[in-house]
Design a binder for this molecule. Structure first.
Ligand code: G3H
Ligand code: 13P
Ligand code: ZN
Length: 316
């Protein structure tokens, strides 16, 4: 059942974070839905601009609709990840999305407000909520690369002003994470001090953490042992998901880790069966492994075993 992102946030706020997972194809969708039901967790499916262009945007929508029918007990929202203004309008008008993200975080503060406000006005007319971003994460997303030195943490006072002036429904904050598999140099923690200050200025307001993959080192080791070459990759400490959730982080975005599962499964499969050329056997393994991965993340986010309570609260 597709619900609004606002309904998921209302149930989760301050207690747990809803996992937001990017999908690009049918195998990821199958693994995601299976894993969510295995862990009895609500979730958010995110579609990036790149994902919409990978095959055809209608293909992904059809896959998600079909998955919703195959897994009728699932409760989820559908979200545009890192949209530009034109893509936001396309998704708002499609009638399929629960929420959109307008990412004008690379623009100056006033321009970010101006663009975000326009998208909020258009979205709210259709009952769709809007995630915006303030501050700059490091790493690569879509075609934009931010060098480490240029990443900036969200300023709490600006966050408060930004939310009041734009009317956005949730805010992606830069609190030390970055996109991709190379987040930190050495051991590093989230900036809980910044998060605490943002929460104090925006009590009850859902915050979003991008760049939240943990980049499991055993996964990276298996990929490299099967012919990969991923060096110096470090991710977010999964023990920090729940403390962040208690401070108002209601949506946690995870994409890279799923790509690592895919890469490990396929590298190991073809290393061990070099004469194989049927893509379905590794695809089957991937769906199972991705389901296990999703379930494990939902347990760490605190969203596992929330499904029945959420279902009951939606009926009230
Ligand atoms: O933050 C970006 C997400 O990981 C989506 O990546 O734009 O390559 O689909 P993508
Ligand atoms: P990761 O690259 O850490 O998985 O982050 C994904 C993300 O933020 C999607 O918007
Ligand atoms: Zn992101």
């Amino acid at each position: 059942m597709i619900v609004t992102t606002a309904q998921l946030f209302k149930h989760a706020y301050g207690k747990y974070a809803v996992g937001a997972y990017n999908i690009n194809n049918a195998e990821q969708a199958m693994g995601l839905f299976k894993g969510a039901l295995l862990s009895k967790a609500p979730f958010i499916i995110q579609i990036s601009k790149g994902a919409r262009n990978y095959t055809d945007k209608r293909m992904l929508e059809a896959i998600i609709r079909a998955a919703g029918e195959i897994f009728p007990d699932a409760i989820f929202a559908v979200h545009l990840d890192h949209g530009d203004e034109a893509t936001c309008y396309d998704c708002i008008n499609s009638g399929f999305f629960s929420s959109v993200m307008i990412d004008a975080s690379h623009d100056p503060f006033e321009k970010n407000i101006e663009i975000t406000k326009r998208v909020v006005d258009a979205a709210h007319k259709k009952g769709i909520s809007v995630e915006a971003e303030l501050g700059m994460l490091g790493g690569v997303e879509e075609d934009i690369k931010v060098e480490d030195g240029h990443a900036t943490l969200t300023n709490p006072a600006e966050a408060e002003e930004f939310v009041k002036r734009t009317g956005c429904d949730s805010l992606a904050c830069a609190i030390g994470t970055s996109h991709g598999a190379f987040k930190f140099k050495g051991k590093q923690s989230l900036h809980f001090d910044v998060l605490q200050k943002i929460k104090a200025r925006l009590p009850g307001f859902p915050l979003v953490m991008h760049g939240s993959s943990s980049v499991p080192q055993d996964e990276v080791a298996r990929i490299n042992a099967a012919g990969g070459s991923i060096k110096d990759s470090v991710g977010v400490d999964t023990a920090e998901y729940l403390p962040a959730a208690k401070l108002g982080v209601t949506k946690i975005n995870i994409d890279t880790d799923g790509r690592l599962v895919w890469t490990r499964v396929h590298r190991e499969f073809f290393r061990d069966k070099p004469a194989e050329f049927d893509f379905r056997p590794p695809g089957k393994i991937f769906m199972e492994e991705y389901a296990k991965f999703i379930s494990s993340r939902n347990h760490l986010l605190g969203s596992a075993n929330q499904l029945d309570d959420l279902r009951a609260s939606l009926k009230k």
